[in-house]
Structure formats: structure tokens, C-alpha cells
Design a protein around this ligand. Structure first.
Ligand SMILES: Nc1ncnc2c1ncn2[C@@H]1O[C@H](COP(=O)(O)OP(=O)(O)OP(=O)(O)O)[C@@H](O)[C@H]1O
Ligand SMILES: [Mg+2]
Length: 329
């Protein structure tokens, strides 16, 4: 039985977790999001300084919550890539120093793969089995993988410009509704989708462009729709009602393309199981769209619980543990 400490500092969350044989003993996340709010996006310098200030405290709390000490640890895992270099450096240096001081093995973890691994961590989660389609929709990535083994994640589609989460954040900035944009846009869109809103003529959804690219592609492009929102708003002051209409229409356009791409991947590679990861998949409307597709197609869609969709270290420790065991075999 091995106990793993996971360290995650790739962006604006300082996160440390303890995992024992795939079971989460503790998972602590301290976020610098409020410090970035007034800028409408992450400021790398602020994020890395926050990690420096909080990484020790978060580690202590993770051990305390897990009711263990440093001596009970068997393995240290940390996010190696991708991420903001300054932020990654803080967590990696901390984790490597721990591994050296405690004389424990150290394992590097890919943050994007870990977002998918979050599906296999919760109490009643699915067991890790291959192959599956992996789809990461986060602040920095919009990726579709064909996952055949722990070492074989074939990237078949990615965004050519903005990631979906990034597009949500930028559109929210245009609408002046705050950061992070995803939850805010979802909230406004939900108001528009209420039936009472619908009969009014001016409340018809806006037909924002859907970038389907060419037929064989699994790639995405989101800069066009962002510009379309910008032109629609044209720097004029807009009502809350109009913000709701734009939010709904933007969300539908982006999610329609995502659903089409994922469905096409299942069909082409003859795979029925899709595992999602990343902050955007916590969106209720997106999940509802996939539920509907599931009923009609027989494809099965899996999502981590909300706390494991966004950045956390449980997914890093969990994947680290499995990779470590795999390496030893
Ligand atoms: N309910 C939601 N609907 C849409 N987007 C959301 C929702 N909740 C969060 N998001 C978006 O998810 C993103 C954050 O997710 P996450 O923490 O996984 O990304 P990240 O770690 O910054 O990026 P990456 O993992 O690619 O490095 C933000 O862009 C945020 O706007
Ligand atoms: Mg992330």
C-alpha cells in the first residue's frame, strides 16, 4: 500500500493532496483567483508569488487533514507540464526538495492527462479501462485524445487559437460580468433559457458562428465567435437581459461544435466511452447536451465531480501513483 503526496501549481491554484491506493485522504486547494479578478485573467507574476507564499501552508494542511506525517509518505508526484513556467517552478522545486529531503521517489505528471484521470478517483467512479475518448475542456486546453493505455494518449484534436475556458473568460470580460467567466456566463445563460424569457421577439438567440472547419478535422477555433460577440456588443452599454441572451447564444454555439467533434471521434474510432476533464465540463448545460446525445447514440459520457473538474492535486497524486506502479512492473 503506497501513500502519495501530489503537488499542483500549474496556474492560479496552489493545491496539495494525499492519496492512498487511489483513495483521496485529503485535497487542499488555495486559489489566487480573487487576486486576478480585476484584470479579467491570470497574471503569471501574481500567481507564482502566491504559490511561493502558500505552498508550505497548503502542504501542512493536506497532511493534517489526511491525519498523517511526512514519515507516512512513500511517493511524491508533481505537475511538470503544461502550465505557467514561474508557477510550475514553485511546485516542482517544492516537490523535488521534499523527495530529496525525505529520500522518496519522485514522479512527474502531465497536468492535462491528470484532468482525465480525475474521473477514476471518486468513491463511486468508473474503473480505469482502455480505450476511451478523452476530452479536456479547461482554461488552457481544448483537446480530444484517443487514450489506449497510460503511455498512449493520441492527440487527435486541439484548438487552433483560444481554449474554450479562455473564450468564456474573454467573452465575460467583453460583457463586463467578471472573472472567471465560465460560471458567470452559465448563470446568465440559465436566466435566458427560462421559458418566461422566450416569447419576446428580441429575445431570440443570436446566431453566432460555429467553426466546424473541414470534415476530417477534430480541431477547434474559437477566436471568430469571440470577435462576433465583440462586434455584437460594440462597446455599447447592454442590459442584463441582453447579457443573458448573448451568454446563452455563445454557450450554445461553442457547445454544439464540441458535441459534434466528440460524437465524430466516437464514431470514427468506434469507441463508446468518453471521459471528460477540466473546468468547463462543470457546466450544467454542456452536461445536459451530452446526456441527450448519450440517450440517442448509446455513447457513455463520464465527468469528474465538480471539485475534481477544476485544478486540484488529487488528480496529480492519483495519476502519479498509477504511473509509478506501472513503471515498477
Ligand atoms: N460552469 C462553467 N462553464 C463554463 N466554463 C467554466 C465553468 N466553470 C469553470 N469554467 C472555466 O474553466 C476554466 C478553469 O478550468 P481549469 O481550472 O480546469 O483550467 P486551467 O487549469 O486554468 O487550465 P489548464 O488545465 O488547461 O491548464 C476557466 O476558464 C473557467 O472560466
Ligand atoms: Mg487545469
Amino acid at each position: 500500500m503506497i501513500t502519495t503526496l501530489g503537488v499542483e501549481t500549474s496556474c492560479d491554484e496552489t493545491a496539495i493532496a494525499v492519496i492512498r491506493e487511489g483513495r483521496i485522504l485529503s485535497s487542499v486547494v488555495s486559489s489566487s483567483v480573487p487576486l486576478h479578478e480585476r484584470f479579467g485573467g491570470v497574471i503569471p507574476e501574481i500567481a507564482s508569488r502566491y504559490h511561493i507564499e502558500y505552498v508550505n501552508k497548503v502542504a501542512k494542511r493536506a497532511l493534517r487533514n489526511a491525519k498523517i506525517t511526512f514519515d507516512d509518505l512513500d511517493l511524491i508526484a508533481a505537475t511538470e507540464t503544461p502550465g505557467l513556467p514561474g508557477s510550475l517552478l514553485v511546485g516542482l522545486s517544492f516537490a523535488r526538495a521534499m523527495s530529496y529531503a525525505l529520500d522518496l521517489p519522485f514522479i512527474n505528471v502531465n497536468h492535462v492527462h491528470a484532468h482525465l484521470f480525475a474521473n477514476f478517483l471518486s468513491k463511486d467512479s468508473e474503473r480505469l479501462r482502455f480505450p476511451f475518448v478523452g476530452c479536456v475542456v479547461s482554461g488552457g486546453h481544448t483537446n480530444i485524445f484517443i487514450c489506449r493505455s497510460l503511455k498512449d494518449f493520441e492527440l487527435i484534436g486541439k484548438t487552433k487559437d483560444d481554449a474554450i475556458g479562455e473564450a468564456f473568460d474573454k467573452v465575460a470580460k467583453i460583457l463586463g460580468i467578471g472573472y472567471p467567466g465560465g460560471p458567470k456566463i452559465e448563470k446568465y445563460a440559465r436566466i435566458f433559457s427560462r421559458p418566461a424569457f422566450m416569447p419576446v421577439k428580441s429575445n431570440k438567440p443570436i446566431n453566432f458562428p460555429r467553426a466546424y472547419m473541414d470534415n476530417d478535422s477534430f480541431d477547434f477555433s474559437l477566436s471568430g465567435i469571440k470577435t462576433a460577440v465583440l462586434y455584437h456588443v460594440k462597446k455599447k452599454k447592454i442590459s442584463r437581459r441582453e447579457i443573458s441572451r448573448i451568454s446563452w447564444s455563445f454557450q450554445e454555439a461553442v457547445f454544439d461544435v464540441l458535441a459534434e467533434r466528440v460524437g465524430k471521434a466516437c464514431k470514427k474510432f468506434k469507441i463508446k466511452d468518453v471521459f471528460f476533464g477540466g473546468g468547463v465540463i462543470s457546466n450544467g448545460r454542456l452536461r445536459a447536451k451530452f446526456e441527450r446525445i448519450s440517450v440517442n447514440s448509446g455513447y457513455r459520457f463520464f465527468y469528474p465531480p465538480p471539485a475534481l473538474c477544476v485544478d486540484n492535486a488529487a488528480m496529480i497524486a492519483g495519476l502519479g501513483e498509477v504511473l509509478f506502479k506501472n513503471k515498477k512492473q
